[in-house]
Ligand binder design. Structure first.
Ligand code: COA
Length: 268
C-alpha cells in the first residue's frame, strides 16, 4: 500500500490504477502539493468517466501523491490565465468534473493526508466517505483570496457538517486538524499516516461485499432524497427499495435470501 504514496510518475497529473474491482485515482503533482490545475482537470474528467463506465470497476479511492498533500487547492499560478471569461465558462461546462463525481453510482472514498485545502476539501466532499490520516490539515482559504469555493463547497460542506459549522470554516478560512475534522463530521475516520491506504482498501473491500445495485441504490436514495421534503423522500426510498427487490426477484431471489423469505415482507 505504501508504494502508492511514492508513485509519482512525472508529467501525468492524475494516475489511474485498477486493483481488482477498485480504481485507485491519484492526484499527481506532488511538486505543487497536488494543486488542481487545468491539466489535472482534463485528466480527471476522462478518468472519472472511465470509473463510471467501466463495468469491472466497482468502487474508487481518490488520494494524493507525495508526502505533503492530498491537494493544496486550485493552482494559484493559473488564476486569471484563461483567454476570456466566456471560454473559461464554456470549458468548465464541457468538462463538468464535479457533475461526473455526482453521476458515479459506485462508492467513492477520499483517502486524504497532509494539506487538504480549497478544491481538495471540495473533491473529498464529492466523495462518499472521507478517511483522513492524522497529519491532515483542512481549510477553505478562498474568501481570504477574494473568491468563494466554486467546486460545490458552499453547498456540499453545509450538507455534510451543517450550516453553522460550514460558515465557520468558509468565512474564517481557518485551518483545522484531522481530529477537529472528525469532531465536525467532515471525515468519518482518522488513521495513522502509514495505515491510510490500507484502511481505505479495507473499507472499500468491505463495502464491495455488498451488491453493486444495492450500493448504487443507497447512494441514489441519499443524494436524491436530500433535495426533497421528508414525505417525498420517504416515498422515493420506498420506490427504490421496491425496485431493488424486484430486480433481486428477477435475478433469482433465493440467491440473496434464505428459502421461504417473502420479498414483500422486506418493504414495510
Ligand atoms: N497553487 C500552485 N502552487 C502551489 C499551491 C497552489 N495552490 N500550493 C502550493 N504550491 C506550490 C508552491 O508554490 C511551491 O512550489 P515551489 O516549490 O515551486 O515554490 C510548492 O507547492 C510547495 O509549497 P510551499 O508553499 O513552498 O510549501 P509550504 O510548506 O511553505 O506551504 C501551503 C504549504 C499549503 C501552506 C502553501 O503552499 C499554500 O498556502 N498554498 C496555497 C493554498 C491555497 O491558497 N490554495 C488555493 C485555494 S483557492
Amino acid at each position: 500500500m505504501g508504494s502508492r504514496l511514492t508513485m509519482t510518475m512525472t508529467g501525468i497529473p492524475v494516475l489511474y490504477r485498477k486493483d481488482g474491482p477498485i480504481a485507485w485515482v491519484t492526484l499527481n503533482r506532488p511538486q505543487a502539493l497536488n494543486a488542481y490545475n487545468l491539466a489535472m482537470r482534463d485528466e480527471l474528467y476522462g478518468i472519472l468517466q472511465a470509473v463510471r463506465d467501466d463495468l469491472e470497476v466497482r468502487g474508487m479511492v481518490l488520494c494524493g501523491a507525495g508526502e505533503r498533500a492530498f491537494c493544496a487547492g486550485a493552482d494559484l499560478t493559473e488564476f486569471g490565465s484563461a483567454p476570456s471569461q466566456t471560454i473559461a465558462r464554456q470549458v468548465r461546462w464541457e468538462r463538468d468534473v464535479w457533475g461526473i463525481f455526482l453521476s458515479i453510482e459506485k462508492p467513492i472514498i477520499a483517502a486524504v493526508h497532509g494539506y487538504v485545502l480549497g478544491s481538495g476539501v471540495e473533491m473529498a466532499l464529492l466523495s462518499d466517505l472521507r478517511i483522513a490520516s492524522e497529519d491532515a490539515v483542512f481549510g477553505l482559504p478562498e474568501t481570504g483570496l477574494g473568491l468563494v469555493p466554486a467546486a460545490g463547497g458552499t453547498q456540499t460542506l453545509p450538507r455534510v457538517i451543517g450550516q453553522g459549522k460550514a460558515l465557520d470554516l468558509l468565512l474564517t478560512g481557518r485551518r483545522i486538524t484531522a481530529q477537529e475534522a472528525f469532531a465536525l463530521g467532515l471525515v468519518s475516520r482518522v488513521v495513522p499516516r502509514t495505515r491510510l491506504f490500507e484502511e481505505a482498501n479495507l473499507v472499500m473491500t468491505n463495502i464491495l461485499s455488498a451488491g453493486a445495485q444495492a450500493l448504487g441504490t443507497a447512494k441514489r436514495a441519499v443524494a436524491q432524497g436530500a433535495e426533497l421534503p421528508l414525505a417525498e423522500a420517504l416515498a422515493l426510498e420506498r420506490r427504490l427499495a421496491t425496485s431493488l427487490l424486484a430486480a433481486h426477484k428477477q435475478a433469482g431471489f433465493h440467491r440473496v435470501f434464505p428459502p421461504g423469505y417473502r420479498a414483500d415482507s422486506l418493504v414495510h
